[in-house]
Design a protein around this ligand. Structure first.
Ligand code: ARG
Length: 462
């Protein structure tokens, strides 16, 4: 028996049931659905629409339904658990819970739906679900950032070539580069916090879209659910999904960060780069080439970024040009939402695992490396030569070295002075790689004091 029986003489086609059900996805939100129903009924009680005993009865029934759903979940959806498992004829989690509530408490269950609609329910459930998942994802990101900071402190004092265009640029502490990733992730946390703030408003009591003649108190149910307020407009309350798009957008941006970090681990674990060795736990072997150690974990993270970007695209397209208010199209928001959030969370955890267990290898010998060329230019500039001119002089020295097949360590002070008289007595000392990194004490530079300052700043956010 459908909830709209009064109007209909026939039931839905079997195929319509299978086509239209969202239960397979939204059953994941059963806790939120029950919490929403409890808050709504408590509010109906508080304003006198329901009697105290009726509210108590409804709550008892909702708890019973919750126990059954917890058992069914434990047993593994969608196979029947020890007790009752909802079937697709119930269409969605809202109908499933209400129908089962009727089984437990009888006709008083029908009073629960006063002054609300499933449109309110789905909007409420998604916000509650998302709020909870954002909190989990935020904690996981904070954990990953903490692991990165540990790495910076333990292994960050390894001098590596900092690259632009993937070409050797200047020597930096590995910790400096790891921190760059950590800062990006800290902005992901800020984005999620912003999104959480905006979505944390209750749509409950919109009553489908127009409000209700019943004397409800939307702020009351909002407060019970931990919302900071209500969505002011009833039509907006049931038809807005920008928080879903925003959350998935934050996930997509986070995935772009994780994919960059993953890509670096892939590159860094090659014999060509030799910066890290991934642990056995986060690598795989080859079925034919016995020597292989493949960086599958970061590769999969890199790949999954595409999946989350796809979810964002799906959601934007889903919502584009939909007329107000609720449209059934909108139930298609949950598969990409759930998948994007679940995927992002999994990737954050996997990256934390990779970083916690990898080995940082000794840095390459950078003595005489052309990536110290900027030092020559900076040395001249410090002695008053215009940087553009200093750059030209340093470039010509590289050219000279290259022509005779040698590196910067082959240069003598006389040769430097022949190229430009402003080279001082200490010029060759500028070509020492560690000193080059340590000279960069400007705010945000690679000097170790700056690295540790940033570690402290980031730690304070965890
Ligand atoms: N199953 C629907 C969804 O997931 C719930 C709301 C249905 N509302 C409606 N008016 N048909 O979006």
């Amino acid at each position: 028996m459908a909830l709209w029986d009064g109007r209909f003489s026939g039931g839905p086609a079997e195929e319509m049931l299978r086509f239209g059900e969202s239960l397979g996805t939204d059953l994941q939100m059963w806790r939120e659905d029950i919490a929403g129903s409890k808050a709504h009924s408590a509010m109906l009680g508080a304003v006198g629409i329901l009697g105290e005993a009726e509210v108590a009865e409804i709550h008892r029934g909702l708890d019973a339904v919750g126990d059954e759903l917890a058992a069914a979940e434990e047993a593994g959806w969608p196979k029947a658990g020890p007790g009752w498992t909802p079937g697709i004829e119930l269409e969605d989690v809202h109908m499933a819970v209400e129908t089962r509530l009727h089984h437990h408490v009888g006709d008083v269950a029908g009073k629960l739906h006063t002054a609300r609609s499933r449109n309110d329910q789905v909007a409420t459930d998604v916000r509650l679900w998302l709020r909870g998942r954002i909190d989990l994802l935020d904690a996981e990101l904070a954990y990953l950032i903490g692991i990165l900071l540990d790495r910076v402190e333990q292994d960050g004092r390894v001098l590596v070539p900092g690259c632009t265009h993937l070409q050797r640029g200047q020597p930096v502490w590995l910790g400096h580069q790891i921190l760059a990733h950590a800062w990006a992730l800290s902005r992901d946390r800020e984005r999620l916090a912003d999104c959480r703030k905006r979505l944390n408003r209750s749509p409950l009591g919109a009553a489908a879209m127009a409000g209700t003649p019943h004397p409800i108190d939307r702020l009351h149910s909002a407060g019970l659910l931990g919302f900071s307020g209500v969505v002011e407009n009833a039509m907006d309350a049931v038809s807005a999904r920008d928080h879903v798009i925003e959350a998935v957008s934050a996930c997509a941006i986070a995935m772009s960060h994780l994919s960059r970090m993953a890509e670096e681990l892939v590159i860094w674990s090659t014999p060509e780069f030799r910066r890290v060795r991934l642990s056995d736990a986060w690598s795989t072997g080859s079925s034919i080439m016995p020597q292989k150690r493949n960086p599958d974990a970061p590769e999969i993270v890199r790949g999954k970024a595409g999946r989350v970007f796809g979810a964002l695209q799906a959601l934007l397209t889903l919502m584009k040009a939909l007329p107000l208010a609720y449209n059934r199209d909108m139930q298609e928001d949950r598969p990409p939402l759930f998948d994007a959030v679940g995927t992002t969370r999994a990737c954050v955890r996997v990256m934390a695992g990779c970083w916690a267990e990898l080995t940082v290898l000794p840095g390459p010998d950078l003595t005489g490396d052309f990536l110290l060329t900027t030092e020559l230019a900076d040395h001249l500039a410090a002695n008053g030569v215009p940087f553009r001119q200093a750059h030209h002089v340093a470039g010509s020295l590289v050219k000279a070295c290259e022509e005779r097949g040698q590196d910067l360590s082959s240069l003598t002070l006389d040769e430097l002075r022949a190229a430009h008289p402003a080279f001082g007595d200490d010029a060759l000392a500028w070509l020492e790689p560690t000193a080059a990194a340590e000279r960069r004490t400007s705010r945000g530079g690679t000097a170790w004091t700056e690295v540790t300052r940033q570690v402290a700043l980031l730690r304070a956010t965890l």
